[in-house]
Design a protein. Structure first.
Length: 284
């Protein structure tokens, strides 16, 4: 019996570090990073419809809501349909948006990955994860990690992934009121582009950083101020090329205790790192 509706949880992610190893001939960059999925994120519902109609309904309490069209959700659906040459496939999509935009938390990529996974199933296309990743990497460098649905060590543009098992950690994440442009950061002349490759043992020993942090904090005072604020309470770092700043804790109690010390109002949440999406399902 064919499925007519699918619900998926779309996790946020943190880049626990981000090293830029060099610029490629195609203009992109070779990176090393450690993706940590979180039990905080968006939720999406997909229903099959006919006549090639694609609709998107967004429920969001965020200050900067998503555009209703031409976003990664619709782009992912159209790319999947175009690849399979089935223009009459349609879907009604609902998105409950909690992940801030331009924050380095991967919200758009997570939504795109969930769209590819759900519609591949809903439309009975039977594409492999690898085939979906070929579509996903063209939508965004972070899409593949969300397609695999596991925390992972990432290389290349972020698409070369090796699943990892991280110790249980909790994260306090603050997102200042600004949208950071990934393109602006990676095109900046002063971006560090010659970091040496490291091993996971180097990361565990504390020999890592976010190479995009210096440029982002220089260009966006709100990010610099947020980093300075959270550093007063715990060692903090920026995630990805976005605006969000995070600190790591061994327990939820410790993270919540730090949250209680922060000034208000702030756009902030506490979340647990998860190794696999099997650990977090809609309705948990």
């Amino acid at each position: 019996m064919l499925k007519t509706q699918i619900k998926l949880f779309c996790p946020a992610k943190l880049n626990l570090f981000l090293h830029v190893l060099g610029r490629r001939d195609d203009g992109y960059h070779d990176l090393q990073t450690l993706f940590c999925l979180l039990d905080f994120g968006d939720e999406m519902t997909f229903s099959a419809v006919g006549d090639g109609i694609l609709t998107l309904h967004i429920e969001s309490s965020l200050e900067s809501p998503l555009p209703m069209d031409n976003n990664l959700v619709i782009k992912a659906a159209k790319a999947l349909r175009r690849l399979t040459n089935k223009p009459l496939l349609g879907a009604d999509i609902s998105l409950v948006k909690k992940i801030p935009q331009g924050a380095g938390l991967g919200g758009g990529s997570s939504n795109a990955a969930s769209t590819l996974l759900a519609l591949n199933d809903l439309w009975s296309l039977k594409l492999s994860t690898e085939e979906l990743c070929e579509i996903g990497i063209k939508l965004g460098a972070d899409v593949p990690v969300f397609l695999h649905r596991k925390s992972a060590w990432g290389e290349g543009m972020g698409e070369k992934l090796e699943a990892v098992e991280l110790d249980e950690r909790w994260y306090l994440v603050i997102t200042p009121p600004c949208l950071v442009s990934t393109q602006e950061i990676f095109c900046h002349q002063q971006l560090t582009r010659n970091s040496s490759a490291i091993k996971i043992a180097d990361f565990l020993a504390g020999r890592s950083r976010n190479d995009c942090e210096a440029i982002t904090t220089k260009l966006y005072p709100e990010v610099a101020n947020t980093l300075n604020l959270l550093n007063k309470f715990a060692k903090s770092r920026m995630t990805g090329t976005g605006s969000s700043i995070f600190a790591e804790f061994k327990s939820e109690v410790d993270a919540m205790a730090t949250l209680a010390k922060l000034p208000k109002p702030l756009q902030v949440f506490v979340a647990k790192g998860i190794n696999s999406l099997d650990e977090r399902l809609v309705g948990d």
